[in-house]
Design a protein around this ligand. Structure first.
Ligand code: ADP
Length: 539
């Protein structure tokens, strides 16, 4: 289309074409804008939808540099998709905020939000104003949340049994499924070790997650202490030291060197021997000072040569060398020790204390790590994740994160609702019931909201290879008939729909958050009726 084009001439008289349109702002307006947003959201949601639930499928994501991620986690899938649609980006933000607040339910929230938008589209096409719809959805959301409060059960969490089961459920659909028990145990132990049960809070700063490629998922372990990427300085030192008293040193294990420009002249054997003896004596002095303080482990910021290393071994001292500044600090904090700059300053009360230091070896690689456990000061723990390749390790870390979050959420608030779509179904029934009592336009919005809630059990059924419509209508009828809010989709074919029996639970705060966030996002998108994408200015 050349109607916008003008032909101009440059100073040399050569013609060129200016196409005006290119710099123009793009603009969509009114219902058309809203509709196009909803369609964009739908296409994003259709991608994550198939990964919902324990039978959900994994996605493989390839970055522009060719890095590969395999995952089932909604937030991760969305964050790695290269989206240039603004509304699609809002969905990404949505799953991110669910992830930040709750850490779980990131796929569900996107599926719900897009279902709400789909329903809204139908109402818009009936001629209902978007703001009316948004208001109706807000009201319906309130009713749904009240229903959640009503059906929530308080879980006993004083023994670890329930926490374990909950952690296991959250791992349900993740790649680590063969190491379920182990990962669930790791999550529960990690959280309960650092949890403050009086304040009902868990400081995630105290749970470090370290990963190392190699070995298998089953080699992952929880380390109640600190992990250093170091080994003992001499291969013959014992691999395990108990009752450690650690001298944490920033001074080198070296004889004092002649400073700067002075040359050391050695012209005969006697002089060389004298020098050697002098060095030996200096080493011995240092070692004596260390031993006098009562230390049996030396952690040194600097290196030392073979001579010193040998002497340490001969004196029964285990040593670690080249510890980085921050690691040295971490070690000092964890073991309640002081960092000592000179051998003369060593004293028993400055030593760090730990029950156990052991060296980990990794298969055929030369990699080693030191584990410092039973530290005197810190509650910190480290989840040490292994796996045969980077993708597996990364997905295992994400899965662990989910179950850490579930356990933390239960410690914060022990009320739960039931999964497999059971909670959504009971909310849907409650909202439908309320719709019947409404007179105005709100009843349409209520029905639409209820239908959106149904999408969760529908999707779960579909992903598990069940007939979605049949499953949904059966469940609905049963829930209403038996007045039982525990009935959900039997995704794994266990032979019962009772989610309480199967212990498929979701923390109440997580489920509420999903409803709030999805409703808020829908309102936000429905309110936008103008998109102006700025281009270059017109001239
Ligand atoms: P999200 O990222 O939203 O947590 P998931 O893929 O973990 O998504 O799926 C969670 C959904 O699967 C929840 O609705 C949960 O209730 C359901 N679910 C998990 N395990 C089971 C199970 N064993 N049986 C039925 N539903 C389950």
């Amino acid at each position: 289309d050349l109607s916008n084009a003008i032909v101009a001439q440059d100073e040399m008289g050569r013609p060129f074409i200016i196409v005006r349109d290119q710099g123009k702002k793009q603009r969509k307006h009114g219902v058309e804008a809203t509709k196009s947003h909803i369609l964009a959201a739908r296409s994003v949601a259709s991608i994550v939808k198939t990964s919902l639930g324990p039978r959900g499928l994994d996605k493989i994501l390839i970055s522009p540099d060719g890095d590969i991620t395999i995952t089932n986690d909604g937030a991760t899938i969305l964050s790695q998709m290269d989206l240039d649609n603004q509304i699609a980006k809002l969905l990404v933000e949505l799953s991110k905020s669910q992830d930040d607040e709750i850490g779980d339910g990131t796929t569900g929230v996107v599926v719900l939000a897009s279902a709400l938008l789909d329903q809204a589209l139908e109402l818009i096409e009936k001629g209902i104003h978007p703001i009316k719809i948004a208001n109706g959805f807000d009201e319906a959301c309130k009713i749904a949340v009240e229903q959640l409060d009503r059906v929530a059960d308080a879980l006993t969490i004083s023994d670890k049994c329930n926490l374990l089961k909950a952690a296991k459920t959250s791992l349900g659909s993740k790649i680590v499924s063969k190491a379920h028990d182990q990962f669930a145990n790791m999550a529960v132990d990690a959280v309960t070790d650092v949890a403050d049960f009086d304040r009902k809070d868990v400081d995630f700063e105290l749970i470090k997650v370290e990963k190392k490629v190699g070995g298998s998922i089953e080699d992952s372990e929880l380390i109640k202490g600190v992990l250093l990427e170091k080994d003992w300085s001499h291969p013959q030192m014992p691999k395990v030291v108990r009752d450690c008293r650690i001298a944490i040193l920033t001074c080198p294990f070296e004889p004092p060197k002649p400073k700067t420009k002075h040359k050391l002249d050695i012209s005969n054997v006697e002089e060389f021997k004298a020098l050697q003896e002098y060095e030996q004596m200096k080493f011995q002095q240092m070692i004596d000072l260390v031993k006098a303080s009562g230390a049996n482990v030396v952690a040194c910021q600097w290196g030392f040569d073979d001579e010193a290393n040998h002497l340490l071994l001969a004196n029964g001292l285990n040593a670690i060398r080249w510890i980085g500044g921050s690691e040295l600090e971490l070690l000092a904090i964890a073991t309640n020790g002081r960092i000592v700059p000179r051998f003369e300053d060593l004293s028993p009360e400055k030593l760090g204390k730990a029950g156990l230091i052991r060296e980990l070896e990794f298969g055929t690689t030369k990699d080693r790590m030191l584990v410092i456990e039973e530290c005197s000061n810190t509650k910190a723990v480290t989840c040490f994740i292994r796996g045969s390749n980077e993708m597996i390790v990364a997905e295992a870390v994400r899965a662990l994160h989910d179950s850490l979050c579930v356990v933390r959420n239960l410690i914060r608030d022990n009320r739960v609702v039931y999964g497999g779509g059971a909670a959504e179904l009971t909310c849907s029934l409650a909202v439908s019931e309320a719709a019947d009592k409404q007179k105005g336009i709100d009843q349409y919005a209520f029905r639409a909201f209820a239908a959106a809630l149904d999408t969760i059990p529908l999707t779960l059924a579909e992903n598990s290879g069940l007939d979605p419509i049949e499953t949904l209508s059966n469940l609905k009828a049963k829930q209403a008939h038996e007045n039982n809010s525990h009935l959900g989709v039997d995704c794994l074919g266990k032979g019962t729909n009772d989610m309480r029996e199967l212990f498929v639970i979701d923390p109440l705060i997580g489920k509420k958050q999903q409803l709030y966030l999805a409703t808020q996002l829908t309102r936000m998108i429905l309110k936008i009726n103008d998109v102006i994408i700025s281009g270059a200015d017109d001239y």
